[in-house]
Design a protein around this ligand. Structure first.
Ligand SMILES: *Cc1c(COP(=O)(O)O)cnc(C)c1O
Length: 358
């Protein structure tokens, strides 16, 4: 029996191809291939995520999300540099305004990890340009000047990479805008680098207005002890937690994995909000299931798994037309006023019920 190679657990974020090889995440024979990918798309794997990966198993669901692969260099004809048309909808730097009542605010483009399926993969990166103080002021002025903006969604990049001091200043600035009722942060930090969720970071989120935190997680193994502790801290501060996941081929595209993921989140007080169909980002074809597969999976959960564990399955339409639920739909119009509604086992029922059913 040959012993597996001794691999030192990573103590800091892995970024360079040679570091991935040294950590046993990429075979030496593939270092050059990975280096070519790393030239185009940012790479980062935190020690917490590296520790979850089975070394040498390219099909490992955590490895698939973070370890680059040569397949990313193949661009499918339908793929785009700006898959959901954010650029066209950006009136000032750092703001995306697609819907009348809410805007995205992106203070920085850095993330703790770079997901191989990211829809902003050509905008994000470590050197990624964060807003200068003047640019952030201009973005805040845009929000201040528009009373119809009811909610500000702080995203990026990952806003929880900001220092607690900067995060606190940003939260207070948004809290002070009278018409902003809700401040929502989207982050992967509580899962991929949970140590950052310090008491100081949680204090930085304190506001009079409602603060929500949406946490991105895609596989039940990501919900390790550190993530549970981070979520307990946030929930303990009275912050409602939402879950955001992406349906990914080879990561979570089976009913058992999705069930474990959504149950795991709910048990951590994180309400699954959206299951995203992957966007048409360049080099990500290997991650995209079909909408039919998405439907089959959503149907497998409905009726068998608690309603708390059912996110809305959504597609962000290519080009910027918006995010919409893409089913499955259980009701369809019948004759006249009658509808035909499918139950969780697949049987159809007229609604309202006919006289003989009453
Ligand atoms: C996804 C997104 C939002 C948030 O949409 P919700 O349905 O409220 O979660 C807002 N603005 C833009 C531009 C988005 O892409």
């Amino acid at each position: 029996m040959s012993l597996p190679p001794v691999v030192q657990p990573a103590r800091r974020t892995l970024r360079r191809p040679a570091e991935l090889v040294a950590a046993g995440l990429v075979p030496p024979s593939r270092q050059e291939e990975i280096a070519a990918v790393a030239e185009r798309f940012a790479v980062a794997i935190t020690p917490e995520m590296a520790a979850l990966i089975e070394p040498g198993d390219a099909a490992d669901p955590i490895a698939r999300q973070f370890v680059p692969s040569g397949a990313e260099l193949a661009v499918a004809p339908e793929e785009r540099e700006d898959p959901i048309g954010d650029r066209r909808l950006s009136p000032v730097k750092g703001i995306v305004h697609r819907y009348p009542d809410r805007v995205l605010l992106k203070p920085s483009h850095a993330c703790p990890v770079y997901c191989r399926f990211c829809f902003r993969r050509e905008q994000v990166g470590p050197g990624g340009d964060s807003l200068s103080a003047a640019e952030l002021d201009a973005a805040l002025d845009y929000i201040r000047a528009r009373p119809e903006i009811w909610e500000v969604i702080v995203t990026g990049g990952d806003p929880f990479l900001l220092s607690p001091r900067r995060l606190g200043a940003l939260t207070r600035a948004l809290d002070a805008i009278p018409h902003v009722a809700v401040i929502r942060f989207h982050t992967r930090v509580p899962v991929v680098e949970p140590g950052r969720v310090s008491a100081a970071l949680v204090r930085a989120l304190a506001a009079e207005k409602a603060v929500y935190v949406a946490i991105h997680a895609n596989h039940p193994r990501e919900l390790a002890e550190g993530a549970r502790t981070a979520c307990r801290r946030l929930a303990g501060a009275g912050i409602p937690l939402l879950g955001q996941s992406v349906l990914l081929k080879g990561v979570n595209d089976d009913a058992a994995t999705l069930t474990a993921l959504f149950r795991g989140l709910v048990a951590m007080r994180v309400k699954p909000y959206y299951l995203h169909h992957p966007d048409l980002a360049r080099g990500t074809a290997g991650f995209r299931p079909s909408l039919a597969q998405g439907h089959a999976l959503m149907r497998a959960l409905r009726g068998r798994v608690s309603g708390l564990c059912q996110p809305t399955y959504v597609l962000d339409l290519p080009g910027g037309a918006g995010k919409v639920p893409v089913g499955p739909c259980y009701a369809r119009p019948g004759d006249g006023e009658e509808w035909s509604v499918e139950d969780p086992s697949g049987a159809r029922h007229p609604y309202p019920p006919r006289a003989d059913h009453r």
